[in-house]
Design a protein around this ligand. Structure first.
Ligand code: FO1
Length: 317
């Protein structure tokens, strides 16, 4: 079965890793949010792309989920000594990625091309595509500071400001990166990973043509990033609450209304089964928390089973 996975950062990367352990590079393409990308210290930083690639390459920091394992912080310490900005922590190993990416982009290479070459260098075999090669910026409207670029909200202010809304600057002119529409067009199923619906998945749907292409795919399945009213990681639940929506798996299913054929949520939230089914989508409860590599593979295996079930109505053997 050919799968396109839509992913943001850490939560998405874990499921992508599970899928990649089960599917060949021909069977899995990952489309990654680039709304979090920004310029910092003169460098182009693409956090979600790097998180997905480092995870697939086995290079990711297991504690934070972002950045590199075995990281050292000499450059950051020297930057602090010089009075430079250290609120966004760039490790020594990670810096090489940003330096070379920035050099390549300045020389005129597209982000998708640079990502493809980096993946080859890191031994990542599955295609990882940025959603777009154009600049696309997620901004967060906050009560305390007005509009903030995403990383200012997320890292500098530690997701503390109260959220009032989002804006996706550049969305009108952004076009899908090469290969994105082709992969979706050839997919048997699109899997929406357990990433933040507001700021990781919605941006992907905002790129011209991607939403329509996904609607043309017969099977569209999402995994809830909210378990027991809380986000496994990050501010998704806090965002729902601040926008006047009770955070829950049901809220996530409603968020994606009209976009899905199937929805996977945690066993802990079984009480929402009838309300979610009433949205006209096929739903299933599973153990969705991914603490270990084995959990990633187990969930990915069940996601694939559920996709097959959505496709044919008959469970895969
Ligand atoms: N997240 C943090 O909370 N603090 C950081 O200092 C930080 C640095 C960082 C550096 C490179 C990178 O690729 C990601 C980094 N992240 C950091 C994570 C990232 O900003 C967010 O997790 C994503 O944008 C949300 O998906």
């Amino acid at each position: 079965m050919k799968i396109v996975a839509l992913a943001g950062g850490v939560g998405g990367a874990k499921l992508v890793d599970g899928l990649a352990r089960l599917l060949s590079p021909d069977e899995l393409t990952v489309v990654v949010n680039t709304g979090d990308d920004f310029n910092h210290l003169g460098l182009r930083i693409c956090p979600d792309l790097d998180t997905v690639c480092y995870t697939l390459a086995g290079l990711a920091n297991p504690t934070t989920g972002w950045g590199r394992s075995g990281e050292t912080w000499n450059a950051l310490e020297q930057l602090a000594r010089l009075g430079g900005p250290t609120w966004f922590r760039l490790g020594d190993l990670d810096l090489a990625t940003h330096l070379e990416r920035t050099r390549r982009l300045k020389a005129g290479d597209a982000l998708s091309r640079v990502t493809r070459d980096f993946c080859a260098a890191w031994g990542v075999r599955h295609p990882v595509l940025p959603m777009t090669d154009q600049v696309f910026e997620t901004w967060v409207l906050t009560v305390e500071h007005g509009w903030l670029p995403f990383q200012e909200y997320f890292v500098r202010h530690a997701c503390e400001p109260v959220v009032k809304g989002f804006e996706f600057r550049g969305a009108e002119s952004a076009r899908p990166a090469p290969g994105v529409l082709e992969a979706i067009g050839a997919a048997d199923a699109v899997v929406v990973c357990p990433s933040n619906p507001w700021v990781s998945i919605d941006p992907i749907f905002k790129v011209e043509g991607i939403k329509q292409a996904i609607q043309g795919c017969p099977v569209r399945v999402a995994v809830s990033p909210i378990i027991g009213g809380k986000a496994v990681k990050g501010p998704a639940a806090k965002m729902y609450a601040e926008l006047g929506i009770e955070p829950s798996a049901l809220a996530v299913a409603r968020h994606y209304t009209g976009r899905l054929t199937g929805f996977i949520f945690d066993r802990e939230d079984s009480q929402y089964m009838s309300d979610i089914s009433a949205l006209g989508i096929r739903a299933v409860v599973l153990d969705t928390l991914m603490k270990t590599n084995e959990d990633r593979v187990n969930l990915a295996c069940k996601v694939l089973d559920f996709c097959a079930l959505n496709q044919t109505g008959i469970r895969r053997s």
